[in-house]
Design a protein. Structure first.
Length: 112
């Protein structure tokens, strides 16, 4: 705690170093995901990345939900988040399929 003359004490937070930031491991942005993202481009890639992130968010919330047994309010919040992420995934999936159909039409390709 630091205190200036005539001022109330204020907490002082230790500065976060780059080394500590690098230790952070995102459950969504895994190393393989980041590597694949560097090698792709375009709309289809952006949609694919978005779909992957939504799927991983659903997995994370679902795993978290299992830990909330008995807390109805928390379960409701997580259920709402899962539903929200599923809606996002559905929207991105429809966009991706529409884009894929457009590419197939332009290339005169039909995978039947």
């Amino acid at each position: 705690m630091k205190k200036g003359p005539g001022k109330p004490p204020r907490p002082v937070r230790k500065a976060t170093g780059k080394r500590e930031i690098r230790k952070f491991q995102s459950p969504l942005f895994t190393p393989d995901f980041v590597a694949r993202g560097k090698n792709v481009e375009g709309e289809a890639a952006a949609l694919s990345i978005g779909m992957t992130l939504e799927k991983r968010a659903i997995e994370q919330f679902t795993a978290f939900r299992r830990k909330l047994k008995g807390d109805a309010a928390a379960e409701k919040i997580v259920d709402d988040l899962i539903a929200w992420e599923r809606e996002h995934l559905e929207i991105l999936t429809r966009q991706y399929e529409q884009l894929r159909e457009m590419y197939w039409e332009e290339a005169r390709f039909w995978p039947f």
